[in-house]
Ligand binder design. Structure first.
Ligand code: C2E
Ligand code: MG
Ligand code: MG
Ligand code: MG
Length: 272
């Protein structure tokens, strides 16, 4: 038995070593990508489908890999989290968004509120609010140009509530991303210190196909209006989906039907 234990231990150990080396390699790549500024932000416009007016932007990260070209976040965000680099990456995104907004304003562009995807780990960043105010001051921006998108799982962690409340109080919009995908109980909504809900694409794809998805959307719209949350639908690809949403009092839309995520220069052209 002792021998087997030792053997198992050895196996575990070598497996772990391999995993750690792999992790260390990924971490090294991501570190140097951060250092060399290989990340780039695309911006997806959000529109009022009734008036056609641009109402905001979502910043979405891409990795501009020197050999592989543009890589979407789906392939590296988890690795960033695993490598313990999420705080650093989010700090970079925040600064880059503020820098971009400042540049756009200097160009005479009317600023569009821009949302940033925030992962749970960023909330453990020390001096978060202080750093945030420093960056806003550096680029001479008001707090209301920023929106933070958090997930339902982050929103459920009560330890974050004081911070979320502080953000809201100072004028930053806090929204729940991918709403409806993780937790079905509506009860927890009443405790959320957020302003806004983003209806997940999984429900939007069901429009015209699944009466259950349509009913869920109608329920989200009803609850949001009763509880005073702003609302936007994401992943809208067809005119029929947009029509349904407009008809059901959700005119704010983000999706390929209107715009895909675009480079900053194209946003500049759109907004002028
Ligand atoms: P998300 O925050 O829910 O962003 C929406 C995703 O849906 C984006 O994918 C966007 O390109 C895509 N999308 C927008 N409209 C449509 C549509 O009409 N149809 C379809 N099929 N897709 C649409 P993307 O850019 O690949 O980002 C994927 C996820 O990666 C994001 O989901 C977000 O969770 C994460 N992410 C992106 N940028 C960042 C970032 O800077 N920081 C963090 N922590 N996560 C990020
Ligand atoms: Mg998002
Ligand atoms: Mg989303
Ligand atoms: Mg999503």
């Amino acid at each position: 038995a002792k021998q087997r234990e030792e053997r198992n231990y050895f196996l575990f150990d070598s497996d772990l070593r391999e995993r750690l080396q792999h992790k260390r390699l990924i971490s090294k790549y991501l570190h140097s990508a951060l250092e060399r500024e290989e990340f780039v932000l695309y911006y997806q416009p959000q529109v009022n489908a009734v008036t056609g007016e641009l109402i905001g932007l979502e910043a979405l990260i891409r990795w501009n890999h020197p050999e592989k070209g543009l890589i979407g976040p789906g392939t590296f965000i988890a690795a960033v989290e695993e490598a313990g680099l999420m705080i650093q990456l989010t700090d970079w995104v925040l600064r880059e968004v503020c820098r971009q907004l400042c540049e756009w304003r200097q160009d005479g562009m009317k600023l569009l509120r821009t949302s940033i995807n925030i992962s749970n780990s960023w909330f453990y960043n020390r001096n978060l609010m202080e750093n945030l105010f420093d960056i806003l001051q550096e680029y001479q921006l008001e707090t209301d140009v920023l929106e933070f998108e958090i997930t339902e799982s982050t929103a459920l962690l009560e330890e974050h509530y004081p911070l979320l409340q502080q953000m809201r109080d100072c004028g930053i919009v806090v929204s729940i991303d991918d709403f409806g995908t993780k937790y079905s109980s509506l009860n927890y909504l009443k405790h959320f210190p957020v302003n806004k809900i983003k209806i997940d694409r999984t429900f939007i794809t069901g429009i015209g196909i699944s009466s259950i998805d349509e009913t869920i959307i109608e329920s989200i719209v009803f609850v949001a209006s009763q509880l005073g949350y702003d609302l936007i639908a994401e992943g809208v690809e067809t005119a029929a989906q947009a029509e349904f949403l407009v008809r059901h009092d959700c005119p704010y839309i983000q999706g390929f039907l209107f715009f895909p995520p675009l480079p900053a220069a194209e946003i500049r052209r759109l907004a002028s």
